[in-house]
Design a protein around this ligand. Structure first.
Ligand code: GDP
Ligand code: GDP
Length: 455
């Protein structure tokens, strides 16, 4: 591929970068005010967003991408919630539990100036139970005189405390080195231990769309008790359910059934739970209440699944309640509000009557097939050649940027790298995506296209 002015190393580098599989997940947990958000900002090298958030404002984004020493991973930030009606211990425990569930490794942040509190001890018990690798971050060690404070935290029994000043950056590099040692290359949740096991489904959607009703309906009499099945993990929050002769793992079903009535922070928990479930799953079945207007919250959930790169099915529930008028408006709303997943298989169901339940599995299988599709390089380039001949990029400044060649760098979801002779406009990129979908399917999957421009 040293053709057309790209040297082979650039090409290989670009393919490797674009082809990365799903990233391992790091959760940052701890009490309020120990400096989690400040630390997350350091880790992801960001100056915007998190710290700007005003108290009480719901943050729907909890997962960020980060890179250290050439390795990429995701960070789940749990700093965005307020202490709520549950009381401090319960709130810390609840948010930590969700985050730890979804994580491959955990940074546990303690305020070294304050020392270990009872709440910290409670989190330590959760961490022990989860058995995930932990890096203990002794934060607010702003100078050498604070090192002694950090050493008191040996008492937590989590190994060596890493003295850090999230605020000034002191010690964060050493801590991140430890994090990389603790993090697996690929997420175990998604691709390690579970390879060859049941496919993993996250059933997500805003409160009251009918998630637990649907789960009960599909599980029916055939509900499989998780630890009865040999060789499966005894993860109490996941549930094995046989559908269409195949066993599927519904992840984080405890989260679906759990009825924690929270006043403050409920939306934040819901976001965290959705993010956690999505991280653990291969395919997200997004439930939308068809009887009500599609909301911003529905859109956020869709965005979360798309950004996580999961296979997606959209199920419109409560179909039994729809009259003709509502049906008419629903179709308009789907077009205008959910255009970002126009490619996802759609099923119109009723968890109450059981309507179209049998269509769920074929839709899930379609989405997973799209998610795993690989287009051979020869076919891709024949397609790109025809595309460029029939619909060349518009001429800009007397020049015509061309796609020179391309390759699919990865799957789950499909990722493409295109090499171009000049800047390719967003409109033309969207056109390429549309045509790729028409040609190769990709039903039910986001696709990533990155473009490299010859220098
Ligand atoms: P969170 O609630 O755990 O997310 O905590 P924040 O990141 O919001 O930090 C709480 C407070 O501690 C803020 O006022 C931060 O500026 C402060 N803080 C965070 N990290 C450090 C640090 O390393 N040293 C000092 N001195 N203060 C810090
Ligand atoms: P979740 O919060 O998403 O788990 O929602 P639930 O399963 O608890 O359902 C919320 C409410 O919607 C309950 O009162 C259900 O009985 C009702 N519901 C769920 N699915 C359907 C449906 O298909 N049709 C009708 N009419 N009601 C439904």
């Amino acid at each position: 591929a040293a053709e057309e002015g790209f040297d082979i190393e650039d090409v290989e580098g670009a393919i490797e970068e674009a082809g990365h599989g799903p990233l391992p997940v790091l959760a940052v947990v701890g009490r309020p005010n120990v400096g989690k958000s400040t630390l997350v900002n350091r880790i992801i090298g960001r100056r915007e967003a998190v710290v700007e958030d005003k108290p009480g404002v719901t943050r729907d984004r909890v997962t960020y991408e980060a890179e250290w020493a050439g390795r990429r991973f995701k960070v789940v930030d749990t700093g965005g919630w307020e202490q709520d009606v549950l009381g401090i211990d319960a709130s810390v425990a609840a948010q930590a539990e969700y985050a730890i569930e979804a994580a491959d490794a955990v940074v546990f942040v303690v305020d070294a100036k304050v020392g270990a509190t009872d709440t910290d001890e409670a989190v330590v018990r959760l961490l022990r139970k989860a058995g995930k690798p932990v890096v203990l971050c002794a934060n607010k060690v702003d100078g050498p005189s604070g090192e002694a404070d950090a050493s008191y935290l040996w008492s937590l029994g989590l190994g060596e405390p890493q003295p850090v000043s999230a605020l000034h950056g002191r010690g964060t590099g050493d801590m991140l080195d430890r994090v990389l040692e603790a993090l697996p290359e690929a997420p175990a949740q998604t691709f390690g231990t579970a390879v060859g096991g049941p496919r993993r489904i996250a059933l997500i959607g805003r409160p009251n769309v009918g998630k637990s009703s649907l789960l009960n309906k599909v599980a029916g009499e055939d509900r499989v008790v998780v630890n009865e099945l040999a060789g499966t993990t005894r993860d109490p929050v996941d549930e094995l359910i046989e559908l269409g002769g195949v066993t599927w793992k519904f992840v984080d079903t405890a989260g679906i059934r759990k009825r924690v009535h929270l006043q403050q922070g409920a939306d934040y928990y819901a976001s965290l739970r959705t993010a956690a479930a999505v991280e653990k799953a291969e395919v997200a079945v997004i439930l939308v209440d068809a009887s009500e207007s599609i909301s911003v919250q529905d859109q956020r959930i869709v965005t979360m699944a798309v950004e996580a790169g999961r296979a997606i099915v959209v199920a419109y529930n409560k179909w039994d309640t729809l009259d003709e008028e509502r049906r008419y408006y629903l179709e308009r709303e789907i077009e205008t509000e959910l255009g970002q997943v126009a490619w996802a298989p759609r099923v119109n169901v009723s968890a109450q009557t059981g309507r179209h339940m049998e269509k769920l599995v074929p839709a899930i299988e379609t989405a997973l097939a799209g998610w795993e599709t690989r287009v051979p390089t020869g076919r891709l380039n024949a397609f790109l050649g025809e595309l460029a001949a029939a619909h060349p990029h518009p001429v800009r400044g007397g020049k015509q940027p061309r796609i020179l060649f391309g390759t699919q760098a990865g799957t789950k979801p499909p990722r493409f790298v295109l090499f171009a002779s000049g800047f390719i406009e967003a409109g033309y990129r969207r056109f390429i995506e549309r045509r790729l979908r028409e040609e190769f399917g990709f039903e039910g999957t986001p696709i990533h296209i990155s473009v490299r421009v010859r220098e």
